[in-house]
Design a protein around this ligand. Sequence first.
Ligand code: UGA
Length: 433
Amino acid sequence: MGSARIVVIGTGYVGLTTGACLAGLGHQVTCVDVDRVKVARLAAGQVDILEPGLEELVSRGLSSRRLNFVVGSREAVADAQAVFLCVPTPMGAGGAADLRAVEAVIEEISGTVPAGCAVITKSTVPVGTAQRIRALLGRGDVPVVANPEFLREGTAVSDFLNPDRIVVGSEDELAARRVADLYADLAAPSVVTDAASAELVKYAANCFLAMKLSYVNAIAELCERLGADIESVTDGMGYDRRIGRAFLKPGPGWGGSCLPKDTHALVQVAESVGFDFSLLSSAIQENIAQRDRIVAKIAGSVGGTLAGTRIGVLGLAFKAGTNDLRDSPALSVTAMLAAHGAEVTAYDPAVDGDLPGMRIMDDPYQVAKGADGIVVLTEWDEFRRLDWTYFADLMHGDAVVDTRNLLDPQAILNAGLCWLGLGRPRRHARATA
Ligand code: UGA
């Protein structure tokens, strides 16, 4: 398509990354949102989400005039060659994706989108959505294309610019190829297929990752019971090229705005066509069990009962590099700790303000004061550099539960504290002294 006139509707982390990166690739991009305040801030170059590289890309787009921000999609699409839908598709009742935002946009643009302009779904939408949009649009002259994103929060810009693959699907093959061409400057293979297959690729990939994580968390639990070490087990597994090393780190469970929503949605979609996807349902159950096991581990580390204890939490975001708390396992774990009668204080480098059931501190050492136990729930790199001797001075107890296997156990033992990882042998200062 060369340089195309593109409209991106929705300025969340997917929409804003898509818009800013497409402008960076030389296209003329208009980003649309319904939120006036957000649009005004973005037009002034202010990016409120934590996404490395995004603010620079937005300001470069603004100064080159290849990127602009407006309210309302009806007029914005009038001379577009491609319209990307990047509006939220949250989990609705029963686990299915809630498509009201997508439907509202289609209603708004159906009269103004020009003939030949591709309407492209970017947000994760259920299989069959492209077909539904075609019917809603009621425009035989406007092709609908599914083009799922594979952007991780925290590395969205780099994922966009260095993709493993571009997936596009449509009943109109020419339109699908034109959309693939928008990414021609990126060195990545394209999979051009029908719309339903493209839509399913996204779910199949995210759910596979979720199952991989549930599996590794279960193996970590087995390691503890059998006296094995998960680090060596995953190291040994990772050499197998069919398995790979990525997504083999145990943790307090997988969370965020994508994996939990997409796993539930796929189970639901399977159910709707009479298929009991028990493999995936078990992965979801395992993810809930993982949080329970973490709480039991923390209780065990402070003498068996949480009531009346003080627990200092390091990390609240669902993973490092983001301030996103949506479906964060850390929040479920802290809520359970509080429900069992623990007094919870927490520190996260990207999170401030108040959260129910805990006190948020603005310095990691404040959570150590009088704490019976410390628990690491997000893998922020800065936690590796904490002064554990100072922690030991401030703490009342000696337990450090490291649910990300992030810390150097020896540094903690040297400080006279007890380190408890996941799927790893327990390390106790007194036992090694
Ligand atoms: C996920 C996918 O990785 C992206 O490819 C996809 O585009 C995105 O969803 C989406 O659907 O938009 P994201 O939600 O940003 O990206 O998070 P991930 O990096 O996948 O992490 C998910 C969860 O797994 C986090 O809670 C993380 O802490 C956990 N995790 C990840 C582990 O516990 N261990 C690992 O080894 C890797």
